[in-house]
Ligand binder design. Sequence first.
Ligand code: GLA
Length: 374
Amino acid sequence: MKTKIFAISMLSAALLLPCLGNEPSETEFSLKNTFGDKFLIGAALNTRQSFEQDKEGVKILKQHFNSIVAENCMKSALIHPKEDQYDFFAADSFVNFGKANNMAIIGHCLIWHSQCPPWFFVDKNGETVSPELLKQRMKDHITTVVSRYKGRVKGWDVVNEAIVEDGSYRKSKFYEILGEEFIPLAFQYAHDADPNAELYYNDYGMNVPGRRDAVIKLIKSLKQKGLRIDAVGMQGHMGMDYPTVEEFEKSMIAFAEAGVKVMITEWDMSALPTASRTANISDTVDFQKEMNPYTNGLPDSVSEAWNKRMKSFFELFLKHSDIITRVTVWGVCDGDSWKNNFPVRGRTDYPLLFDRNHQIKPFLKELAAENKKK
Ligand code: GLA
């Protein structure tokens, strides 16, 4: 009797299987196939992913993304730790990963005040470098890195975060030593090293009017000098209370009107309370608890609000897909995100498109379904 029941259930399972197979499964749905006709769908890769150690992350990358950017391994402190020493190990593997998977590879970033090795600004006597020496170092750095990946990297974030909110130039070492000239020089060196590579200026808080206007001025002055600039990267580091969709949209349109494409380059949205700029964020246990409220998962109400807000931004990007060429998220799964440690260390945040169990967030499924109906 038992054998008979077993045989019947095996038979019904066999009959059912093909039907189940017709259901679109989690593994078949793909962001790049759904939205790839609008713009590139990118993600920042960490080294566990470019070395293919994070198997689940890699699976998601291959299934959903057609563009990648290096989260850290191409920054000057890592790729050029000493004046006479480059370390291409991680960057090579990142580029090979992109090539093997037919992805648009974005280089990030050539000139940035942060994660820049201290030797860059000090001469052999321990003094601050002269403008001439700094130019030479910038040129060597940019030429070496860009030439190595010539023809393989589609575009470079040439200069990152050079303008502050009030529209003035950040008082970085580059600016202090070379003045505004360091930006056109960087674009020139990058273009000389790979004339076919796209070149971008990338910054955060681009919705802020002061920065927006200054970036527009910068785009125009680069163009007036006959330099190549293809796009502006609007880092999309967002919170639940900033920026507004309207402010963000204003900047997107203003950049496009200045004659460049727009890229959403580092998209993530913290689901946690925004840390006050004035609070001493590492001080008290109470503060830590208050600022890290969802260690065991997001409450439904917060998750719904987060998905709603993300959806409205994605809708904005779709609406302007004529000017947007790429939307890149800053990491793959929530557990990978820098937001778990910034601006408060050790929090549990939920800022990305895939959760800690590698599941896609609901707003994307909703958008995909809506997109299909159109
Ligand atoms: C900036 C940089 C990125 C990254 C993030 C934080 O936005 O452009 O490379 O360092 O900060 O991770």
